[in-house]
Design a protein. Structure first.
Length: 461
């Protein structure tokens, strides 16, 4: 054992990491461990480097070596829990974080990680006190506040969820607010309000339903949102003017984040949510796609989306490998599969023999026109799921074991969209049971709707 030389290797590795030379850093850490096999920094840092490359099994081995040599090391327990979770060993990850909290009950990282893990496992009652403990220690803990709001959404307490999200967004805004008073429930009759969307396409579509409530309070509503949504949202009931984000505007009395309207409107789960179909394709787009998507005799037209935004932090859980989806659906006769997939994974459709219509989908107006002429959309958690639901069309959503808060737990329907049916993973990272349920339901749908007249869309829209 040569600790002096090992320290030199570790210093070299740290320097290489700062310079972004990860392969050289790895070599130096490994050399350090050859010289000093119990070196705590080398074990933890090399494990973290492996974890960043998704080499989780090797990372876990290193963190376990660290704990064998240093059983009371807090970071090693936290690091081990992180990779165990990625390996699907959630119960062992909970134990590791429990040990970390025994070592240091005040460890924020151990407690927030444990709370998030328990929430992802559906153990909401156990997770909630950990978030509350963190907020008691620091009322400005934004991560704890946001995650507690997400937990309340999963549990179905939407009033608490909306309040928590709004409080978080006001304390930690995504973008600087405009130079306007924030609306806090003042009378709106004869006044104007600017709604700004700060989140993704799906969030904008979902929360856009609340604009009409402001119109009914007498407001003139202006909305800033993503340009690809412009053709659709300009026709939305309750929106007097739609502009791309940051368009200069004048004569506006108030502003408010679109996604936080439910908190001010005091929306809860009982009075939530569904105003009736509130988005639709233009008649021109409907006609164009009616010609393009003429029904093949005896077949239902089924649109597919299997991947979301690859930059989304949970994309690896939300998206599904196309071969798994296509293999399952290929066992069902009487369906015509069409790709609505956009982005880098759209090319996969051609390899699977799925008809590509995505190349003609230039914005959400085109997508809406196509959806209006489909009998069913099967999609992972993307903006297309929200759009189909907002149009009142039939959609089957494939959602992961630990879903986004809005899909709640333990139900196959959604109060947000009555025409959406949810197919959930029965266990983390496995789509097997969900796809089996989709295939069974699809076979029943084909049989029950076999008598549809040509070019007549199926029920649900």
């Amino acid at each position: 054992m040569k600790p002096g030389k090992a320290e030199v290797r570790v210093e070299n590795a740290l320097r290489f990491e700062r310079e972004g030379l990860m392969q050289r850093a790895e070599r130096e850490y490994r050399s350090a461990l050859d010289l000093a096999p119990r070196h705590l920094i080398a074990l933890n840092n090399l494990g973290t480097l492996y974890a960043s490359r998704r080499r989780y099994t090797e990372a876990a081995q290193l963190f376990r070596r660290a704990l064998a040599a240093h059983p009371e090391d807090l970071p090693s327990n936290i690091n081990l829990a992180g990779v165990l979770r990625e390996l699907g060993q959630e119960a062992q990850a909970v134990q590791a974080l429990g040990r970390a909290l025994v070592l240091d009950p005040g460890s924020r990282m151990a407690r927030i990680n444990l709370a998030n893990l328990l929430r992802s496992m559906g153990r909401l009652t156990e997770a909630r006190p950990h978030y509350q403990t963190l907020l008691k220690a620091n009322t400005e803990d934004g991560l704890a506040r946001w995650n507690l709001a997400a937990l309340e959404g999963l549990s179905g307490d939407l009033r608490a969820a909306f309040s928590g999200f709004a409080a978080h967004h006001e304390r930690e805004p995504v973008a600087p607010p405009p130079p306007l008073p924030r609306w806090r429930g003042e009378p709106l009759a004869g006044r104007s309000i600017l709604l700004i969307s700060h989140q993704g396409f799906g969030d904008t579509i979902m929360f856009a339903r609340f604009a009409d409530r402001l119109t009914k309070l007498g407001a003139r509503v202006v909305m800033w949102a993503q340009p690809p949504l412009q053709p659709l949202l300009r026709r939305l009931a309750g929106v007097d003017m739609f502009e791309p984000v940051k368009t200069p505007l004048s004569e506006i009395d108030f502003w408010h984040p679109l996604e936080d309207l439910p908190a001010v409107l005091e929306v809860g789960s009982t009075d939530l949510l569904w105003p009736g179909a509130y988005l639709s394709a233009s008649s021109e787009k409907q006609a164009t796609w009616s010609t393009r998507l003429a029904r093949q005799p005896g077949k239902l037209r089924v649109g597919l989306v299997w991947a979301g935004n690859p930059t989304h932090p949970d994309d690896h859980n939300r998206s599904i490998p196309l071969p798994a989806l296509f293999t399952a659906l290929s066992t069902v006769s009487g369906i015509h599969l069409l790709s609505l997939q956009k982005g880098p994974r759209s090319e996969e459709a051609g390899n699977a023999g799925i008809e590509r219509i995505d190349q003609a989908l230039h914005d959400f107006e085109d997508t809406a026109g196509a959806i209006a002429n489909l009998d069913l959309v099967i999609t992972v958690d993307t903006g297309v799921l929200h759009l189909t639901g907002a149009m009142g069309r039939e959609a089957w959503g494939l959602v992961p074991y630990a879903p986004d808060w809005r899909w709640m737990l333990g139900r196959d329907d959604s109060p947000w969209y009555p025409t959406v049916r949810l197919f959930r993973q029965a266990q983390p990272r496995s789509w097997v049971e969900a796809l089996e349920a989709v295939v069974s339901a699809l076979k029943k749908k084909v049989t029950s709707e076999a008598a549809l007249t040509p070019d007549q869309p199926a029920a649900g829209g």
